[in-house]
Design a protein around this ligand. Structure first.
Ligand code: UDP
Length: 410
């Protein structure tokens, strides 16, 4: 489906919020803004930029998006950096730093930021592009999307020297704040309510998808949408489901993709299949990339959504389900704690037994699930939609461009 226009969001967020966005943007009209990240497809950052850049342009911000280039050697290093920043014990060698610096230098030679008023560098991969900053011109922001609450100490020291040359850093969750000499802004990621993954769907389409996968529409459906990744603990979901099913007749859907090019993903998928055995009520769906409408339908057709992650950056799947008025059960990790407020916008659990208990209680009390789902949708509407994200980016730009202005007149 074609990308929605800014005006299309009026029906979702209301006229007042849309007007406010336009008024804020008037203070920035004609400003040149560059975003830089390391991939144009796949992953939440690219997904958000695909939406964000056209919307900025509609607001008369001259936004552009550059993607840095790298070979396998670079991306092996940046993946290892990513894991190390997430707290995994990794050994980082001088050669790795050298590869990282060499690719950044090469990209810096190809990219031209002359005349840019605002440059947003996303995540660590292109962080050294700050070397291109022209003296005294434009504001530069490091936009960090990952959990840096317990980073590899040496790597963080290396990166921090770059971060502190920016005018500010944006983090996704309060727990990710670091001691830095530059201001930090808290801006969570967002979902697009009008994208295929989130837009309203006709009932017969939802029914068609459930039928396609032989999921029984007459019995409760418990679903987790996630890559097959140990950090998402799908085995724990299967175990909890077994416990629930001893008391309540229901089905489990574990749907995810992204395993084909990831040997560990395939391994986890196999483990999950083994644990599930031949149970016809456990549906393990290995979805191809871009199955957005099907994912949307699976969530909408489910009774309860689980996101059993043991570690999470933000967990977009949680907001995606909450937006569909679903009661979500999660663990209190990473950015999930910003989305799920226990007993208000969903349920938080601390163990597999707790997960089973929470699933049973929501299946037995559909009114409670509906109440949590209604709250969840409102919470996402006010906090995690792309339009709110856009507004926060505009505010950061205004604050950095006018550091002495205390009040912004609308
Ligand atoms: N997703 C998808 N297909 C799948 C599984 C997940 O498109 O088979 C999407 C999901 O809807 C969400 C994103 O991938 O938009 C996953 O983001 P999240 O922050 O939840 O977790 P990550 O995979 O980045 O750890």
């Amino acid at each position: 489906m074609a990308l929605a226009r800014l005006e299309d969001y009026r029906e979702v967020i209301g006229g007042a919020e849309l007007e406010e966005l336009k008024q804020l943007a008037r203070h920035l009209g004609g400003v040149r803004m560059a975003h830089v990240n390391s991939t144009s497809v796949g992953g939440g950052v690219a997904e958000i930029l695909h939406r964000m850049v056209p919307l900025l342009r509609e607001l008369d911000i001259r936004a552009r998006w550059d993607v840095i280039k790298g070979g396998d050697d670079f991306f092996n290093v940046t993946k290892l950096f990513h894991n190390a920043l997430h707290g995994k014990a990794e050994t980082i060698t001088d050669d790795m730093y050298q590869v990282f610096l060499d690719y950044n230098r090469r990209n810096a030679q190809e990219l031209d930021f002359g005349g840019q008023d605002c440059v947003f560098i996303h995540d660590p991969q292109p962080i050294c592009l700050i070397d291109k900053r022209e003296q005294g011109r434009g504001c530069w922001v490091w936009r960090c999307h990952i959990d840096i609450s317990a980073p590899h100490a040496g790597l963080w020291e290396f990166l921090r020297r770059y971060v502190e040359r920016y005018d500010g850093a944006i983090i996704s969750s309060p727990g990710f704040a670091q001691q830095l000499a530059v201001p930090q802004y808290l801006i969570p990621p967002s979902i697009d309510p009008l994208a295929d993954k989130n837009r309203e769907l006709p009932d017969d389409f939802i029914a068609g998808v459930l039928d396609k996968y032989a999921i029984d529409r007459s019995r409760p459906i418990v679903t987790q949408i996630s890559r097959f990744d140990r950090f998402k603990d799908p085995l724990g979901v299967v175990e909890a489901f077994h416990a629930v099913r001893r008391k309540i007749d229901c089905q489990l859907v574990l749907a995810g993709g992204g395993a084909t090019d990831d040997p560990e993903g395939l391994l986890v998928l196999e483990e999950v299949k083994q644990r599930a055995g031949a149970d016809p009520d456990i549906h393990i769906l290995h979805l191809p990339p871009g199955a957005d409408l099907e994912i949307n339908a699976l969530v909408r057709g489910s009774t309860v959504i689980v996101q059993n992650s043991l570690k999470e950056g933000f967990g977009l799947t949680v907001s995606e389900a909450m937006w569909k008025s679903k009661a979500v059960i999660s663990r209190p990790v990473g950015g999930i704690t910003q989305q799920v407020i226990h007993d208000a916008t969903g349920l938080l659990v601390h163990s597999t037994e707790g997960l089973a208990f929470a699933i049973r209680s929501l299946l037995a009390n559909p009114d409670t699930a509906a109440h949590l789902g209604r709250n969840a949708r409102q919470f996402v509407r006010h906090n995690f939609l792309i339009t709110r994200h856009l507004r926060r980016y505009l505010l950061v730009m205004l604050a950095l461009r006018n550091p002495t202005q205390q009040v912004i007149e609308l």
